[in-house]
Design a protein around this ligand. Structure first.
Ligand code: NZQ
Ligand code: ZN
Length: 389
């Protein structure tokens, strides 16, 4: 295991009706004038936005609203939010929605106290300071509720890029699994896939002797395999929703990624698909991830054998380790298909003629240096090969 420091000071309020705590939590973390940020309307239709406002009213906290965040959130609305904050002395941002809303809120929070262009933070500058953020999560997926990360698409060039920094960690996150019961099956499945991807990206490591985090990741993956199909079958299964929601937070606040190198090639390759076709992040990952695993398999065959055996219950054939490893990846792919995720380029509307441009953007676009991936270093040609698979 490598040396690490880990500080993840987000306060979590988990469980039924926890959204009614929002007013008290905003007050506790110093908010007096709030910008409520939300998406395309699901929180209006469910009545959640009204409950959140009531909770702020009860604490006599004033607020403004900015809705309209799209999945794969865009820079245009971020600039609008930054202006609102600067013009109205906003001191707290409250994101009510999914990862897209939270990421947009984080970008606004960083830009609101920065004199330059907020996009600087998405081309390498770390976010050490931002306005404080709170979240009320409505989908278990991105893990942004406990992460110091944000992903935004710049409409000037359609680059989808990530930013990171302690300033972006939410002060609090409200996690009520009931709120996720209104999700369409496809969004639930995409969320499940993203959570598993965050675990797989960490599992693909070159660091040895990482038993504790290996076992944590394997446990969380097994939880997702067990609980995922339950919510696809019955969206109102509260207990399964609850287990998935906490797994989604654990998968990405980095408690199981510390002390080890990580990969993230699948995410970089997927982000080009989201940027080009506006495909749902989890659905893009379902297509990309198994192929990245097959491409990288021989870099450390035993890691894939371990994954196949411990997580997918594949019996190890010591005379043919490659087949054992492949069986694990097959099982993963079958699982994704069984919960309704796409597994081919055609199913997400991707086109072969776009491959060179996407591979180039993944490796060189917007200040990239030519290779991606912390497990295996992949160049433009490798990325082209993976898209073709
Ligand atoms: O916009 P509304 O109307 O709210 O509808 C949303 C949206 O259409 C809907 N939805 C959310 N909660 C709902 C609901 N519909 C009914 N009932 C509910 N309870 O679901 C759709 C998808 O929402 P979105 O926020 O886009 O989903 P998700 O949480 O998967 O976020 C995806 C974004 O997060 C980024 C992705 O790249 C993508 O842009 N990621 C962020 C990360 C981070 N900040 O740490 C890490 C991830 O790897 C990921 O890259
Ligand atoms: Zn993701």
């Amino acid at each position: 295991m490598e040396n690490f420091s880990f500080y993840a000071p987000t306060y979590f309020a988990f469980g039924k009706e926890s959204e009614n705590e929002v007013g008290k939590l905003v007050k506790r973390f110093g908010g007096t004038k709030v910008l409520i940020h939300y998406g395309g309307g699901s929180v209006v239709r469910s009545g959640l936005l009204d409950r959140v406002k009531k909770s702020l009213d009860e604490q006599e906290i004033s607020y403004m609203e900015l809705g309209g965040v799209k999945p794969n959130p865009r820079s245009g609305l971020v600039y609008e939010g930054i202006d609102i904050c600067k013009d109205n002395a906003i001191d707290f941002i409250l994101a009510v929605g999914g990862g897209s809303v939270i990421d947009s809120a984080k970008a606004i929070a960083a830009g609101a106290i920065y004199d330059g262009d907020f996009w600087d933070y998405y081309t390498g500058k770390r976010v050490n300071q931002a306005l404080p953020i709170g979240t009320v999560l409505t989908i278990a997926a991105a893990g942004s509720e406990g992460s110091p990360d944000s992903v935004i698409t710049n409409e000037d060039g359609m680059y989808k890029r990530g930013s990171s920094g302690e300033g972006l960690r939410p002060k609090f996150s409200v996690l009520n699994p009931e709120l996720t019961q209104t999700l369409p099956a496809y969004q639930s499945a995409a969320g499940i896939t993203d959570i598993m991807a965050h675990l797989m990206e960490r599992y693909m490591t070159n660091t040895t002797d990482v038993e504790v985090t290996d076992r944590m990741i394997e446990g969380l993956l097994k939880t997702m395999i067990h609980e995922g199909p339950k919510v696809i079958e019955n969206p109102n299964n509260y207990q399964a929703r609850a287990n998935i929601m906490w797994a989604g937070m654990m998968a990405h606040n980095n408690s199981c990624g510390v002390g080890r190198s990580q990969d993230w090639a699948s995410h970089d390759i997927e982000h080009e698909l989201s940027a080009t076709y506006d495909v749902t992040h989890g659905a893009g990952l379902a297509v990309v991830m198994p192929q990245v695993m097959r491409y990288n398999m021989n870099h450390d065959l035993m890691r894939f054998v371990q994954l196949a055996h411990r997580v997918w219950n594949v019996e190890i054939d010591f005379t043919d380790l490659e087949t054992t490893a492949n069986k694990g990846i097959d099982a993963f792919q079958q699982y994704l298909a069984s919960i309704g995720m796409p597994t081919t380029f055609a199913q997400i509307g991707a086109k072969e003629e776009d491959i060179p441009a996407m591979a180039h953007s993944a490796c060189y676009g917007n200040k990239r240096t030519g290779t991606i991936g912390g497990f295996v270093s992949l160049n433009e040609e490798d990325v082209i090969n993976i898209y073709k698979m």
